[in-house]
Design a protein around this ligand. Sequence first.
Ligand code: SF4
Length: 189
Amino acid sequence: MGQPVNSFQRLRQVPGLSRVLDWGTGPAAASDETLRAGARVAGLKATESVCPYCAVGCGQVVYTRDGELVDIEGNPRSPINQGTLCPKGAASRQLVQQPGRLTKVRYRRPGGTEWEELELDQAMDMIAERVIAAREAGWQERDHNGHRVDRTLGFAHLGGATLDNEENYLIKKLFTAMGAVQIENQARI
Ligand code: SF4
């Protein structure tokens, strides 16, 4: 004997009415083509991550094929966002693949009006030279009370939102070792 059919199920058998009752989201709303298509991320490697943009800390799933980023979606396993992402988080793939993203160091020298492209090694050397010079120029052996401090006020560090905890840990160690006292970050990931 088959399952008893209640009045609501009988109502659903009226042609077209089941679609209305599902508000366009039930199985009747899926076309044969949709059922054949499958998920667009099927077969891709999925890696769980955290959106770097704001302090909400939404979970993301990063989909890759052979190491190439294909898609980033909200992580349904995250208790914070339960699979959703705001427009900013949903566009975070562009952090990597935005066509206008700068991939070369650009430098505008003092008094210059044009940007110049530099090799990364040259830019790193220039930064290192400036760090050393600023450290020496701002060095304090003693404070105004005569206490030994051995510190520099020549530079400070302010971390960005997309730095993760591990990066900020290393930055804190580096700048403390160099004698800086103003070191802040906004670690989120
Ligand atoms: S998805 Fe939006 S709300 Fe969530 S962490 Fe990213 S920027 Fe913040």
